[in-house]
Design a protein around this ligand. Structure first.
Ligand SMILES: Nc1ncnc2c1ncn2[C@@H]1O[C@H](COP(=O)(O)OP(=O)(O)O)[C@@H](O)[C@H]1O
Ligand SMILES: [Mg+2]
Length: 357
């Protein structure tokens, strides 16, 4: 799958833009704060309906404007689809081939995107919330039902936490909330476990390659709940504690991915190099997993990440982008690196305008 072109109106610092992409590689060069990440973000939203860096859609509307519009043509085998998204202050409109979609989730199976930014290099070492975000983001793409379950779980969790914060101790009320919380929770846990198992298989092969067989990586899902009943028991057993704290102590919103290399938990005990290589393996495994699950090649967005990697890892990353369309942003790309990159188009990004170079 690849993007043929994109058109932006009032999106971030782009007043009006239309560009045609190369089907393999597109490089966006420019100083800081010129709009490089904004452009990748616009590509990302056509796949996910939302940004990878903000939860507020409104933030993407050009200052002092009423709406932002992104329109892209995406080619998959012999088929071309047009995705159009309009963000307004009071919500968004998503159209696929000119037809308005009822729900964002209906968009998710059209375009597959993997984004890799310096933030992602920290998924191994930083807090569990980063790893959960990674999990959720990927699962939402490949499993639209997960997207709904997660949304529902979060909604019920929020309501339960509100009751706890208000110090409401009406047990009957909680039993209703617990029941539906546990229902969604267990679906989420099952999907996350399956996902991690498959991701693990692919990561192991990649990691073995990157480290020339020196390191064996193992990913597993860390949770306290394996069945709905277990979760209901946990909720009941911890009720007083939750009431005291004003929030729900256990559940998928607290789970984690355990990342082990040669028997060492590298989340805490890994060297920076190990943590980065593991992050790279996990990220690249996503591409493989999407292909496995959907039969489609995802589009890869590399935001300022190449310069963060040493030559060995750069080479590896470049090696794995051969069959997919890639968008790279950087302030500069040295000659050595350029030699390694496949043929493609280069653009200069300058204060919200883009030209071919
Ligand atoms: N909604 C918006 N309207 C106008 N400009 C915006 C908006 N959001 C961000 N910007 C501008 O975009 C620029 C940052 O763009 P970004 O793509 O992150 O830069 P970089 O090229 O470093 O990746 C900043 O100058 C910021 O002021
Ligand atoms: Mg940037």
């Amino acid at each position: 799958m690849y993007f043929k072109d994109i058109e932006l109106k009032n999106f971030r610092n782009y007043k009006d833009l239309k560009i045609e992409f190369d089907k393999n590689l597109n490089i966006f060069l420019g100083h800081n704060a010129q709009g490089k990440t904004n452009l990748l973000e616009s590509i990302y939203v056509t796949g996910m309906g939302r940004s990878f860096r903000t939860n507020s859609d409104k933030e993407m509307i050009l200052f002092n404007e009423e709406f932002a519009k992104v329109k892209a043509n995406i080619i998959e085998e012999n088929r071309e689809d047009e995705v159009e998204i309009i963000y307004q202050n009071d919500g968004k409109i998503i159209k696929l081939d000119g037809i308005k979609l009822q729900r964002t989730v209906d968009l998710l199976e059209t375009v597959y995107i993997v984004v890799f930014s310096p933030e992602d290099l920290k998924i191994v070492k930083e807090g569990p919330d980063n790893r959960r975000r990674f999990l959720d983001r990927e699962l939402c793409q490949i499993k639209p039902i997960y997207y709904s379950d997660l949304g529902n779980f979060k909604k019920v969790l929020k309501e339960r936490n509100t009751l706890l914060r208000e110090n409401n101790n009406d047990k009957n009320l909680y039993s209703v909330f617990n029941e539906s919380l546990a229902e969604y929770a267990i679906r989420i846990v099952i999907e996350r476990k399956k996902f991690i198992e498959r991701l693990n298989e692919i990561s192991q092969k990649l990691h073995d390659n990157i480290t020339s067989g020196a390191e064996k990586i193992n990913l597993s899902y860390e949770t306290k709940i394996n069945t709905k009943e277990e979760y209901l028991d946990l909720l009941n057993d911890n009720f007083e504690k939750d009431l005291y704290k004003g929030y729900t102590s256990f559940g998928p919103h607290k789970d984690d991915i355990k990342i082990v290399i040669n028997d060492t938990d590298i989340r805490t005990y890994g060297s920076q190099g190990q943590q980065r290589t593991a992050a790279l393996s996990m990220k690249l495994a996503e591409l493989g997993l999407i292909k496995q699950e959907t039969g489609k090649d995802a589009v890869l967005l590399l935001d300022d990440v190449l310069s963060e990697l040493d030559q060995n890892r750069q080479r590896y990353l470049i090696e794995s982008m051969k069959s997919v369309q890639v968008f790279i942003t950087a302030t500069e790309i040295d000659e050595k690196l350029r030699q390694l990159l496949p043929q493609g188009k280069s653009f200069l990004v300058d204060k919200g305008s883009i030209k071919n170079i």
